[in-house]
Design a binder for this molecule. Structure first.
Ligand SMILES: Cc1ncc(COP(=O)(O)O)c(C=O)c1O
Length: 466
């Protein structure tokens, strides 16, 4: 990827302290950071603080935060309603490896908000939630294979890192016979062999797969929308047909609601699409940024715990996470936070439309107003492979341009923009639209002068990649 700055007279960000921090961090943290997804080379951002919908880096640059920590911060940074409750509860001690009422209340709220989860357990991360849901499904069915869709991200355990986010679609294998592509080294072949990759939105192919191998398949795990590929949506009826098909073949349906849960609707994407899965995983929005996560589902399946399936964790249900989940889920249940978030997303989309329509570049909004992507492509995308045919170089240039103009989307088109309650402020919306408009002009001008140049490569950078 090119590293020259855009030709347009882009305002520049202060970077002195971050450059120094990057050099310092490189000596202690591989890539200068704790996650490959934040390893943006010399453009790595070092954060100072956040408040509401805003975030400041250590050089004092202020941005409207459109990443919101990859989705968890649903209300806003430093939300006093959540933080005060967490602070009050944590003064009683945080980690006992004993069970507190906070945990019980948190899982009662998960049940109440979803309306279909009978039993649930807390984990610390979405990764652990999907790992345990997959294990429970294998144990319950006595089958070993899990179907996962290309371009879907379910965390960083070995079983999840298959066919996730290559830049080159050829690596996924042929359209008729997708191959299990491990993301990075170190994933045992025997583990990869338990995952059967499939193409999203292709119900007939799924039927053929079930007819051939249904007896081996424990579960289908699905992000209800491709939340890690611009929020590509299901075709009308896809989820209902997949639900019927899984039932027909005795295969469990796991909704990975780590991004969509308590965001698309109080009952998550299951409520939004009118589906009752067998199991689901939750994280992100359930704790407004605190490390709260859970997996849960039908009583009969969750009854595999505690005797037949292993699940544990020193920090599972720790006081901080459980209290954060209680406070956040109560706010989602009792206030119109979600309605506000959805309305804000629609207002921003209307503004983006006003900017983009006169420019004449083909584009599509993907996803849900609370979590949407902007895809530069004529036709609606229906699966991950379509991402390759979008003008994502243009998108990335616009996203990077927005950073310099005080708004921070992920500088990788695969990651959607995340709305939080605090974004509803008119000034924030205005700043996002102004930054976007100027960045579109700058990127198109740069392109007219010989190319779009992008500085950082963010988001789903391959381990060890650029
Ligand atoms: C759909 C989905 N599942 C699982 C995960 C993993 O969650 P965590 O990062 O908390 O391990 C993510 C993270 O982005 C996700 O988007």
């Amino acid at each position: 990827m090119a590293t020259e700055p855009a030709a347009h007279s882009a305002p520049s960000l202060r970077r002195d302290r971050q450059h120094a921090m990057y050099q310092r961090a490189l000596k202690s943290l591989p890539g200068g950071t704790d996650s490959n997804f934040r390893a943006w080379g010399d453009s790595t951002i070092y954060v100072d603080r956040g408040k509401g919908g805003l975030v400041w880096d250590i050089d004092g640059n202020e941005y409207v935060d459109l990443r919101m920590g990859y989705g968890p911060v649903i209300l806003g940074h430093g939300d006093a309603r959540v933080d005060d409750y967490v602070n009050e509860r944590m003064r009683q001690g945080v980690s006992f490896s004993l069970t507190s009422e906070d945990e019980v209340r948190a899982m009662e709220l998960v049940k109440e908000l979803t309306g279909w989860v009978d039993m649930a357990r807390m984990t610390v991360s979405g990764t652990e939630a999907t790992m345990h849901a997959m294990r429970v499904a294998r144990a319950y069915t006595g089958r070993e294979k899990i179907v996962k869709f290309e371009g879907q991200y379910h965390g960083v355990h070995d079983y999840a890192l298959i066919s996730v986010a290559p830049d080159n679609m050829a690596e996924l294998g042929s359209e008729d016979a997708p191959t299990a592509l491990a993301w990075g080294r170190g994933i045992p072949g025997a583990v990869a062999d338990t995952i059967i990759p499939a193409r999203y939105n292709r119900i007939e192919r799924l039927r053929r797969l079930f007819e051939e191998r249904g007896h081996e398949i424990a579960a289908v795990i699905v992000e209800p929308v491709l939340g890690n590929a611009q929020g590509i949506m299901p075709r009308p009826g896809f989820h209902k047909e997949m639900r019927a098909l899984t039932e027909e073949f005795g295969i469990l349906l796991i909704f990975d609601e780590v991004k969509t849960g308590f965001r698309f609707a109080r009952g998550g994407a299951a409520e939004y699409f009118g589906i009752t899965p067998d199991l689901a995983t939750f994280a992100k929005a359930m704790g407004n940024g605190y490390p709260a996560a859970a997996f849960g589902g039908r009583a009969e399946i969750m009854a595999m715990l505690p005797d037949k399936v292993s699940h544990g964790g020193t920090y599972a249900g720790n006081r901080v996470a459980a209290a954060a989940a209680v406070a956040t889920l109560q706010i989602i249940r009792d206030t119109n936070a979600l309605e506000t978030i959805h309305a804000t997303g629609r207002t921003i989309q209307d503004g983006l439309k006003e900017i983009l329509d006169p420019v004449g570049i083909p584009y599509r909004f993907t996803g849900h107003p609370s979590m949407f992507g902007i895809m530069f492509r004529e036709e609606e995308a229906t699966e991950y492979r379509d991402w390759a045919t979008t003008d994502h170089e243009l998108y990335d240039a616009i996203a990077v341009g927005m950073h310099a103009r005080g708004a921070m989307p992920e500088p990788d088109s695969r990651e959607p923009w995340f709305m939080c309650e605090a974004h509803a402020d008119a000034d924030i919306i205005d700043r996002v639209l102004t930054a976007f408009s100027e960045s579109v002009d700058a990127a198109l001008e740069a392109r007219a002068h010989g190319g779009v140049h992008v500085t950082p490569h963010g988001g789903m950078a391959a381990p060890g990649g650029d």
